[in-house]
Design a protein around this ligand. Structure first.
Ligand code: URA
Ligand code: SF4
Length: 218
């Protein structure tokens, strides 16, 4: 696995969301800043009780600079609405802040590519800083990438989906825990519901149920 310097050295001295978002624009903690258009930092109130963590920005997020505004974001909006959760009250972010993609052969279209373990680790200081500022009571990991970043590298969604868990031991061992120790729950990524060929409706409904369960913990 390639090792990257990581985001740590780019963190600002002042920990608030505006300072973090501003500083993240200059991050060179891994190679992903090179091809992507911009850093997509989290968005939402700094006193949110619930934090949603996706994987990484997609094409539309990379172009707009806002998390979850493309097709997956629209489905997430619908799922939140069905679960009775007001997106305005939730802090929404991603495990990795730059879009990783491949170019379709000869084409202009950019195709999403999963971030590597090294890139997830490199970007994690931003996510930890967001946790530290927002101090949510509950964190919902949307998909395996977010769960691997926050619950543990070997986390398996198929085994622990919907379970109420805690942050990774590594994070729990840090002084972060004195300030923030949220319940953490993992569910599918909305794009998994979009991609489902059969039972797309059931996949979506199961996402809604997990979000409801998370909201019920508040
Ligand atoms: N998928 C994600 O994981 N995050 C986004 O912001 C958009 C799509
Ligand atoms: Fe920095 Fe994360 Fe972007 Fe890598 S993906 S350059 S660590 S913000």
């Amino acid at each position: 696995m390639v090792t990257y310097p990581g985001a740590q050295e780019y963190l600002p001295d002042t920990l608030d969301l505006l300072s973090l978002a501003t500083a993240s624009r200059g991050c060179r903690g891994c190679d992903l800043f090179k091809a992507a258009a911009r850093t997509v930092f989290g968005a939402g109130p700094d006193d949110a009780r619930m934090m949603l963590v996706g994987e990484q920005p997609g094409n539309e997020e990379d172009l707009s600079g806002e998390p979850f505004v493309g097709p997956a974001g629209r489905l997430l909006d619908k799922a939140l609405e069905d679960a009775g959760i007001d997106r305005e009250t939730v802090y929404v972010t991603n495990a990795v802040k730059h879009f990783r993609f491949d170019r379709a052969a000869g084409g202009k279209r950019r195709i999403h590519k999963k971030p590597s373990g090294g890139q997830i680790t490199a970007c994690r200081p931003w996510l930890v800083a967001e946790l530290d500022v927002v101090r949510p009571d509950i964190v919902v990991c949307l998909g395996a990438t977010a769960a691997q970043a926050l619950i543990g590298k070997n986390f398996k969604l198929t085994e622990h989906r919907g379970e109420v868990m805690q942050l990774d031991d590594e994070l729990r061992g840090s002084d972060l825990l004195g300030r923030v120790d949220p319940a953490v729950l993992a569910t599918i990524h909305p794009s998994a519901a979009l991609r489902a060929r059969v039972d797309r409706e059931e996949a979506f409904e199961s996402l809604v149920r997990d979000l409801q369960r998370a909201a019920g913990l508040l």
